[in-house]
Design a protein around this ligand. Structure first.
Ligand SMILES: NC(=O)C1=CN([C@@H]2O[C@H](COP(=O)(O)OP(=O)(O)OC[C@H]3O[C@@H](n4cnc5c(N)ncnc54)[C@H](OP(=O)(O)O)[C@@H]3O)[C@@H](O)[C@H]2O)C=CC1
Ligand SMILES: CCCCCCCCCCCCCCCC(=O)[C@@H](N)CO
Length: 374
């Protein structure tokens, strides 16, 4: 298929050269022709899209209706909120975590979520009904590949091939690097980074088998702390930053199977994990990050599900997150032309804003250190 697409591109380039009479090297002409193609309206492009789905991530819609969504860390916080939204969309859901009690309680909460929303909505009009939600929990430790593989095999036997994988498991024990015990660093590294390698390694074979069913999706929960680190987050940021390389490389390998990869970049979010990390957080970490405030986990989940369904690569959760993603866009894919134009127009200005923010942070750190020395 890739060969056919390239041939088509070359043929268009040759036609252009023949008409225009230019004698540029063919690679340049092919490049210009492919750019003009990208600028055309989506409706025109879509027709060609069917025959060339392996070029570059394009705008798409990823449906969650009647699909099998697997969520690691789905028993708490952001993962739990995403699982609730998935059942509202009509998905069949499998959640993974270590603690079986938490899994059981979460499954009950997720199953009854559509009813809860209906009651809260206080409207006689019934929500779209997809029957009783199918939600199952599997106990697995993401640090242990065989336990993840076993859990996913069981989940696939129960609810079929995986259409959407959301990796939301994670731990954070922020502290100054020198005050962080190696064990704590290994715990974060093994859970946040190695844990994702394990989940993807085990899940991808179960996802490739559903290629004809419309686009599938792998969404990895990273953090704003991966886009810019803060005092006290050095080790944590290292474990989250690695996920970007993982996602960018994977997207190039998996587009061929119609699988979209995305990264979610939440800010501080009110979750049980956040409550836990706040117990020991360094006061400078609190000071530097408090200007952004903390979001509700359901709001983060709504932004994440919205971005996932739109086939975005970098999914941000609030305006600050959008600016941070823009200024750190680098060479990440950008399926949306509108977002690409926004990035191009605002990147320079946002870099100036970033310098101002950084200057403020270093000033705060300097003042804190001077206060300590007195
Ligand atoms: N809350 C925040 O401020 C932010 C969070 N994030 C990221 O979002 C994700 C979710 O965070 P949050 O909702 O706060 O986390 P919570 O601590 O509330 O939930 C974490 C979930 O991950 C599971 N989990 C943890 N370790 C393992 C493991 N070794 N194997 C399997 N499952 C595991 C937990 O279940 P169990 O304990 O039973 O194993 C739980 O379901 C994380 O990746 C986090 O880094 C990013 C930015 C901000
Ligand atoms: C254009 C420039 C705009 C700059 C704005 C920058 C603001 C950055 C704030 C970073 C906050 C980091 C939150 C980490 C949350 C997290 O991962 C933990 N809570 C994990 O549990």
């Amino acid at each position: 298929m890739r060969k056919r697409v390239c041939e088509a591109g070359r043929a268009r380039g040759a036609k252009f050269r023949a008409i225009s009479g230019y004698s540029w090297c063919s690679a340049e002409v092919d490049w210009i022709v492919s750019c003009t193609r990208w600028l055309r309206w989506p409706s025109d492009r879509d027709k060609e899209e069917e025959a060339c789905d392996c070029t570059c991530p394009r705008p798409t819609r990823i449906s969650l209706r009647s699909r099998h969504v697997v969520i690691t860390g789905g028993s708490s916080g952001i993962g739990l909120s995403m699982a609730k939204l998935a059942v509202l969309e009509g998905s069949r859901v499998s959640i993974l975590g270590r603690n079986t009690d938490k899994l059981t309680a979460a499954c009950q909460e997720i199953v009854s979520y559509p009813e809860t929303v209906q009651n809260l909505a206080d409207t006689a009009e019934p929500l779209a009904v997809f029957g009783k939600p199918q939600v199952y929990g599997y106990s697995a430790d993401v640090k242990d590949f065989s336990s993840v593989e076993k859990a996913l095999t069981e989940a696939v036997e129960k609810l079929g091939p995986i259409d959407v994988l959301i990796c939301s498991h994670g731990v954070s024990t922020p502290a100054r690097f020198e005050d962080t015990p190696l064990d704590s660093m290994y715990h974060m590294l093994d859970t946040n980074l190695k844990g994702n390698l394990h989940c993807l390694k085990a899940a991808i074979p179960h996802m490739k088998s559903r290629i004809s069913e419309g686009p599938g999706c792998i969404s990895i929960v990273s953090s704003q702390a991966a886009q810019v680190s803060l005092y006290g987050y050095s080790a944590y940021s290292a474990t989250k930053g690695g996920l970007r390389g993982l996602a960018e490389g994977l997207q190039q390998e998996l587009l061929e199977y119609n699988i979209r990869v995305s990264l979610i970049f939440p800010p501080d979010t009110e979750t049980p994990g956040f409550v836990e990390e706040n117990k020991t957080k360094h006061e400078l970490t609190v000071k530097l990050s408090e200007s952004s405030g903390a979001m509700e986990s359901m709001d983060v989940a709504k932004a994440a599900i919205h971005g996932l369904k739109a086939g975005q690569f970098s999914i941000t959760c609030n305006f600050e997150g959008l600016t941070l993603s823009t200024v750190t866009a680098g060479m990440s894919p950008q399926p949306s032309l509108a977002h690409a134009l926004f990035e191009i127009c605002t990147m320079g200005i946002l870099r100036i804003v970033a310098f101002v923010v950084l200057a403020g942070w270093y000033k705060t750190i300097g003042e804190f250190n001077r206060g300590q020395r007195k």
